[in-house]
Design a protein around this ligand. Sequence first.
Ligand code: PMV
Length: 309
Amino acid sequence: MTHACAPGKIILFGEHAVVYGQPALAVPVTQVQACVDIEASVNTGILIHAPNIDLHSRLDDLSPAHPLRNIIEKVFSTLNPPAPPGGIEITIDSTIPIAGGLGSGAAVSVALIRALAAFLAHPLTDEQVNAIAYEAEKLHHGTPSGIDNTVIAYARPVYYVKGRPMQTFRTARPFTIVIGDTGIPAPTRESVAAVRKLWEADKAKWEKVFERVGEIVQKARNAIESGETKELGALMNQNHALLQTLTVSSAELDRLVSTAIRAGAEGAKLSGGGRGGNMIAFVQREKAEAVADQLKRAGARRTFITQVE
Ligand code: PMV
């Protein structure tokens, strides 16, 4: 039997603009994870159990476009095992909310790739795992930047620029963020497509917005690396305002963002695709519980407090 897990992730700064070549910052969220167990079975073929989505099926019975079928077939075609491996049973278990901006799809892909590679006795580097997971993201998310699979495959803080090798960043002084989940599933594919529509209608205008996001990301990285983290709150507020102009916020996200600030956060913004999913707030450690509590009272389905080290 083989077993592999992958963490969730949260984007700190730079979502959407990252699709257009600007940098973004993201960190793993280890409180949630996707795990995969694989064992040999007496039955032939591949049997998949994913109780979270109530799926119990033979691989061949899933539609060819199904994300799980896709990623499993991709691993087999990449690793090309010498002989048919016999029957196997794959169990996928995830505590990462689906379509919530915490990278559930990429985490399932990464855990599945690692567990299958171990089962087939064909170890892969993080870079290879990342490359296969990116192929799966492309199939299901239209034009993904690749940030989700990168931060999850390397499980490290990432300063990400599309198409460039992975770069990590140092945290001179740990800081705390509170994540608030609106509980509203919002497919990233749709918000990314909506931004693309805006951009296609007026490229010069929206590229200026993307550049301003890129400047915020740069300032945030400098603040994190120099330990001047008190600037992060204001930078989050500025990033959120630009995301609002990109039409990817929502009434619920805006409400949770203002609630966090009223409860003592230094700044807050939506995180990920937007229009639902998650928001994050930058807080002093001692205020984290109070902010999380107020977010719950304001309707957040779940909250997580994460220390970025
Ligand atoms: O919704 P999430 O957390 O998977 O994040 C998507 C981030 C975007 O920048 C909106 C899209 C992308 O591919 O980078």
